[in-house]
Design a protein around this ligand. Structure first.
Ligand SMILES: O=C(c1ccccc1)c1ccc(-c2nc3ccccc3n2[C@H](C(=O)NC2CCCCC2)C2CCCCC2)cc1
Length: 233
């Protein structure tokens, strides 16, 4: 069994990312709202755009605290944020969905989401993703570093300095791998399974833009920030 040790620098890197991740939580808990009552498709769409807009703002703050990010080329910083925002939103939604809740609440939440007005064909892949994230029982350090790894994906469109992004992502991957071995010693392929979720996440976000306009309502209104980030309107 290999002796896995997290170095002082890696611990500092991890602490910086986890602190930033915890500092930038979503303002109010959408799950609580959804458990209170079933909203109309229009109200749900508005709730989604509000939550997604504030999540993008939170994501920008979180990203600025990823060691090395602000020293990247500024246009590459934008390209990384734009390229990962939808994935980060689904990753965060999966974490909200998989949170430990009183028994039965998750079923109610799932029901509310299924009836929210979103297109049927998106539900299976979305809930499959949520459940596969839930099964991993990630600790918050893993959640934070996985989000950072998602943002620091070198092959996003329009990224110029691939190498620089790859170097930053590489140091996160090394820390995450060690963390997985330490946190889940019984599951030898836990790290590989965790990274496999990022592939599922990319597929999910691939259909996102076209799915938005098939939300069961007319006249889909977006905030200016979401128009930028979501390739809509
Ligand atoms: O973009 C989506 C989409 C999907 C299919 C077609 C078109 C758009 C799309 C994207 C997230 C969720 C989604 N999955 C959730 C899991 C658990 C709890 C809430 C969840 N939500 C939405 C939500 O507010 N997410 C927040 C979570 C915090 C970070 C910002 C986002 C609500 C919105 C009100 C109605 C019901 C779901 C649901 C849907």
């Amino acid at each position: 069994r290999e002796k896995v040790e997290i170095t002082k620098e890696q611990r500092a890197l991890m602490k910086a990312i986890v602190d930033a991740y915890n500092r930038h939580q979503i303002p109010q808990d959408v799950a609580k709202k959804l458990l209170q009552e079933q909203y109309s498709p229009e109200e749900n769409f508005l709730l989604l755009t509000e939550m997604a807009t504030s999540q993008v703002q939170v994501l920008v703050e979180f990203t600025k605290n990823i060691p090395g990010f602000v020293s990247l080329d500024r246009e590459d910083q934008i390209a990384l944020l734009k390229g990962s925002a939808v994935e980060a939103m689904f990753l965060r939604s999966a974490q909200v969905f998989s949170r430990k809740m009183p028994s039965g609440h998750t079923d109610v939440l799932e029901e509310r989401i299924r009836k929210s007005g979103m297109p049927e064909e998106f539900m299976t892949p979305m809930f499959n993703f949520y459940k596969s994230i839930g099964e991993l029982h990630m600790v918050q350090e893993e959640q934070a570093i996985l989000t950072a790894i998602t943002i620091l994906t070198p092959d996003r469109p329009y990224v110029k300095d691939h190498q620089a992004v790859e170097r930053l992502q590489e140091s996160m991957l090394v820390v995450l791998r060690k963390l997985c071995v330490l946190q889940h010693p019984q599951e030898l392929q836990y790290f590989a399974r965790l990274l496999g979720r990022l592939t599922e996440l990319r597929t999910l976000s691939h259909y996102h833009a076209e799915m938005l306009t098939s939300w069961r309502m007319n006249d889909h209104k977006f905030t200016p920030l979401l128009c930028e980030i979501w390739d809509v309107q």
